[in-house]
Design a protein around this ligand. Structure first.
Ligand code: SAM
Length: 219
């Protein structure tokens, strides 16, 4: 029987018979992400700085990543991520401000923090005194960072967020209570960093550098 199967597999007609099976294997792997991308295109309104949900497996990888680079146990890192996943006050804040802002047609009616949950967990794990965010846009990441800093402060480890953006309209989500631990600096990040007293910055600093940061346009 085994040798009959082997002969079928190796024959030209065996190859033809196996084609639907191979196609099924390929499509069951590749089609679900396409379907999810399609659904996201209509569910999300963001066109520039995408917000999205993380899948359960993504969250486990994120917790493992935070644990590996901060030294906290993976379970502790996963619990930190759980804090922001379940932070109803933070989500309500984001949705309320998004829906009352002129950007409401290109802002999501749900708060989806995506990768920013990793920033939250990093800050909970390391408890930095200063966090620098270079590039803020609406301030979704700033709110996640500030929420972590508020929790750290409640546990006796206060810290501040210095949120930098070149766009004078950036950061509309960073209002109270999150603005109590964070402030906006407008202008080119490099100039802002130079203007911020460097003596604030010690080994307890975490700098979140946005890859999309670019030099300001010359006028
Ligand atoms: C991808 S968005 C930031 C997203 C944000 N960190 C978040 O979590 O949602 C990039 C931001 O960087 C800002 N930016 C780009 N170049 C900059 C520069 N040279 N200095 C300061 N901000 C800059 C843009 O105005 C934009 O708001």
């Amino acid at each position: 029987m085994a040798s009959f199967r082997q002969n079928v597999r190796s024959s030209w007609w065996g190859r033809a018979v196996l084609t639907p099976w191979r196609l099924k294997n390929a499509l069951t792997t590749t089609l679900p992400p396409v379907a999810r991308s399609f659904a996201w295109t209509f569910r999300s309104r963001e066109h520039y700085n995408y917000s999205y949900d993380l899948q359960p497996l993504n969250l486990e990888y994120l917790a493992a990543f935070v644990a590996a680079i901060t030294g906290v146990p993976r379970k502790v890192a996963r619990n930190y991520i759980g804090e922001i996943e379940n932070d109803v006050a933070l989500k309500d804040h984001v949705v309320r401000l998004n829906l009352s802002h002129k950007e409401r047609f290109v802002a999501d009616a749900e708060a989806r923090f995506g990768r920013r949950m990793g920033w939250y967990a990093l800050i909970r794990a390391r408890k930095p005194r200063i966090v620098v965010e270079t590039g803020v846009y609406k301030g979704l990441g700033s709110c996640a960072i500030a929420a972590a800093l508020l929790r750290n402060a409640a546990e006796g480890s206060p810290g501040r967020l210095l949120a930098l953006d070149i766009n004078p309209e950036a950061g509309y989500l960073l209002t109270k209570p999150y603005s109590e631990v964070g402030q906006m600096f407008y202008g080119d990040s490099l100039a802002s960093i130079a203007a911020i007293k460097m003596k604030w910055i010690s080994s307890s600093m975490i700098a979140i550098i946005r890859p999309s940061m670019r030099p300001p346009k010359k006028s």
